[in-house]
Design a protein around this ligand. Sequence first.
Ligand SMILES: [Zn+2]
Ligand SMILES: [Zn+2]
Length: 455
Amino acid sequence: MTWKLEELAGSEFRCQCGHTHRVPIQKIRMGKDALGHLEEDIPEMHLSGKALIVADETTFGVAGQQVEVALQQARVDSDRVILRPRHNLQPANWVLPDERSLGEVLLKVPEAPGFLVAVGSGTINDVTRFVAHKTGMPFVSVGTAASMDGYASTVAALLTGSFKKTVPAAHPLAIYVDPDILATAPLEMAAAGFGDLLGKSIALADWRLSHIINGEYYCPTIAGIVEQVLATAIKDVAALSSGDPEALLRLTEGLILSGVAILMFGDSRPVSGAEHELAHFWEIQALAHGRLFYHGDKVAIGTLLMTEMYDRVLSIKPETLDWEKIYRDRPPITSYMETLQQDFAGAWEALYSPNWKQTKLEELKRPTGNLLAANWDRIKEEVPQSLLKMDEIRGYLAALGLCQTPQELGIKREWLEASLRSGREMKPHRYTIMDLAAEMGCLDIVSNELLKSVV
Ligand SMILES: [Zn+2]
Ligand SMILES: [Zn+2]
């Protein structure tokens, strides 16, 4: 079946997986007259008082005035805050989700009752959803670019100092997306959005892998939604590369659906695996060196690397491995932690918890050989279902002007080596192909092969 976003909004249903899934976003309006619905939606969502529009110069230019007019028609008073780039990072014209932006929005938050309207993409939504969460003020989101899958998110990625931190935040009450607004954004933003969706091929494989080997909870309905999102994005590559507004709208729909999958599941497991761990790892390193990248550009490269890792690890026959030697060669926890401290370059302290150490000690004792003997046939059959071919991925990246190698994107060789060695600790409780490779004692060897073949 095909999942329609507008129908999923506000829904609640008992699923074949045994859980009840809820989508707490009340309205999702996609299409040319999307903002025209604001007038009828505001009373239905019980929004009242003054609205604060949060935008940057560009997004206010392409959609801010339309939002102001729509609010006037709904007889809502509005104020605005236009965030500006003021930092030493590159590219210098990006607005950041940092303390300054948060402060600027907080200073203008209206007295309750009132609500916030995010007009923009990643940063604008992150800042608004965090302020909404802290002040208890509802917010609605008006999308301006198909660049990332955070529109429906309940976490915000904020920048404090030179560290990116993911913190709890509020989901929007409603999302509005007009294809003509999307078409005004640079194509590189849609390419990044596509890169983010390409990563779902790995995320789904990692989820199925963990379901089989660890018995982790898996929902076929949510997996089906994510599969649909991936398939639609791939079918649209040619149309996206020519900036077709309807394809941009479908891409945005996919990105929002991906966020809806997170809401239904309760965390980002269905849509974020090893490819996102690598992307987040590179982000930390790049920020420390004053560089900013689109999230989706890094996810695309992470997808390329992890596709190759899957190919190589799944071609191993576990029964041919010397498991006694693999168990003996696993590192003592102390030296493992020293490696992490070096690889995370100062960021490890923020990630470490006593809980982590306990889990890691157990992992270092896992009888992986036995677990694989019982499950390998099933893993080989079910896990690769969502995986793409390397040439196929390269073709999509080329069609959309995305970087083909980590170097092209500006990821240094040492970050790359460190990420393959330690990136799986970015989200230590999320089991991925990198964890399996480590447990099989082949992470180093496979990583070296990757560095030769993909880089
Ligand atoms: Zn389910
Ligand atoms: Zn993402």
